[in-house]
Design a protein around this ligand. Structure first.
Ligand code: GTP
Length: 322
C-alpha cells in the first residue's frame, strides 16, 4: 500500500503570531489539529504508514502522535535541522523507508490543507495512467492568487504556470500529490528543493506522464488567520464544539462556530464568539471573547474583554486577519 508523507515543517509566517509556539499543521480546527485530520483522511484511503516531515518546532509533534498506534497507524518522523523546502523534505522523508528499493507510491500532503477529496480514487487514477506524478487539482473562482495547472481533457498536465493577471484555467494545485518511487530518486538529496517551482515543471518539460486528478471537494488552505478561523467554523457549523471533559458555566453563551478543546473550563456569564480555544484552557467568569485564538493551557482572568487576540500561557498579541 502507498506510503504517506505529511509536509509539516514550514514556518507558517503568514499565520503569525498563531505559529509562534505551534507549527501551523498542529493548530486546532474544529477541535483537532489539521495534521490529525489529514492522518484520518490517509487512513480512510487505506494508507497505514505515514512519515511526518518536520523542521520548525519539530518537538511538538512526537508527544501528540507518538508511534501512531492510537490511530491504528505506523508513524515515522523525518526531522530537517534546516528546512529543505517541499521537495527536499519529501526526499529526506522517503529515505526513511528505503524508497530506492520500493514499489510503493508516495502520497504527499501539504500539511496546511483541509480537503474532503477521495484519495483512494486519486491513487487509482494515478495507477490507471501509469503516471509518474498525479496532483489533486481544484477549481477556484479566482485563480489570480495561485499558480495554475492546465491539463488535456484526459487529465495530462500541460504546464505549471506562475501567478498571472489572466489565468488560462481556474485549476490549481490543491496540495495532495502522488509520486511513483522513481520520481523521488530524481530529487537531489540534502538540498533545498521546491516541488512546485522545480520538480513539477521539470517533469512536464521532460515529457514525463504527470496527471491532474480533478475533484471538486471541500477544500481550504488554512494559511492565513482568516482562513484558519473559516476552516474551524466550517467544521463546527452554526453552534459551537466542545471537546471531552469541558465545563461551561451557567449563563455563558458560546456561538459563531467557536470551538473549545478537551478539558477546558469556561466560567459563568461569558460571551464567546468566532473563537478557537485549545485544550486545558481556564476562562474566568463574565468574560467577553470574540475573533480570538486561545492556545492550550492558557488562563484568562475574570471580567476579561478580548477581541482579535492571540493568547498563550506566555503571550498576548493582536491578530491581523488578512
Ligand atoms: P508561510 O511561511 O506562511 O508561507 O507558510 P509555510 O512555509 O509553513 O507553508 P507553505 O504554504 O509555504 O508550505 C506548504 C506546506 O509545506 C506546509 O504544510 C508547510 O509546513 C510545508 N513546508 C514548507 N516548507 C517546508 C520545508 O522546508 N520542510 C518541510 N518539512 N515542510 C515544509
Amino acid at each position: 500500500m502507498a506510503i504517506g508523507i505529511l509536509l509539516v515543517g514550514g514556518f507558517g509566517t503568514r499565520l503569525k503570531p498563531l505559529t509562534n509556539e505551534t507549527p501551523k499543521p498542529m493548530l486546532p480546527v474544529g477541535g483537532l489539529p489539521v495534521t490529525e485530520r489529514q492522518l484520518l483522511a490517509a487512513k480512510k484511503a487505506g494508507i497505514k504508514t505515514v512519515i511526518l516531515a518536520t523542521s520548525y518546532l519539530s518537538d511538538v509533534f512526537t508527544p501528540y502522535f507518538g508511534d501512531g498506534s492510537k490511530w491504528g497507524m505506523n508513524l515515522l518522523y523525518a526531522v530537517e535541522s534546516q528546512p529543505l523546502g517541499t521537495g527536499g523534505a519529501i526526499r529526506n522523508a522517503a529515505a526513511l523507508v528505503n524508497f530506492a528499493d520500493s514499489n510503493e507510491e508516495f502520497v504527499i500532503f501539504n500539511g496546511d490543507v483541509l480537503s474532503g477529496h477521495d484519495i483512494a480514487a486519486q491513487l487509482e487514477f494515478h495507477r490507471a495512467n501509469s503516471a509518474d506524478a498525479t496532483l489533486h487539482l481544484i477549481e477556484v473562482a479566482d485563480a489570480r492568487a495561485f499558480g495554475c495547472v492546465p491539463t488535456h481533457p484526459d487529465g495530462r498536465v500541460i504546464d505549471f504556470l506562475e501567478k498571472m493577471e489572466n489565468p488560462v484555467t481556474n485549476s490549481i494545485n490543491a496540495g495532495c500529490y502522488i509520486f511513483s518511487p522513481s520520481v523521488i530518486s530524481e530529487i537531489p538529496g540534502g538540498e533545498v528543493v521546491s516541488i512546485e517551482r522545480e520538480t513539477f515543471p521539470k517533469l512536464v518539460k521532460d515529457g514525463r506522464p504527470v496527471y491532474g486528478y480533478h475533484e471538486q471537494s471541500y477544500w481550504l488552505d488554512i494559511g492565513t488567520p482568516a482562513a484558519l478561523f473559516k476552516g474551524s467554523r466550517d467544521i463546527v457549523g452554526d453552534g459551537f464544539h466542545a471537546g471531552p471533559g469541558c465545563t461551561i458555566g451557567e449563563g455563558s453563551v458560546i456561538s459563531g462556530g467557536s470551538s473549545i478543546g478537551a478539558g477546558s473550563t469556561i466560567g459563568v456569564d461569558c460571551a464567546i464568539s468566532n473563537t478557537i480555544i485549545g485544550d486545558g484552557v481556564e476562562i474566568g467568569d463574565n468574560c467577553a471573547i470574540a475573533d480570538s485564538f486561545i492556545l492550550h493551557n492558557s488562563k484568562i482572568a475574570d471580567n476579561s474583554k478580548i477581541l482579535g487576540k492571540y493568547i498563550s500561557p506566555s503571550e498576548n498579541l493582536p491578530i491581523s486577519p488578512q
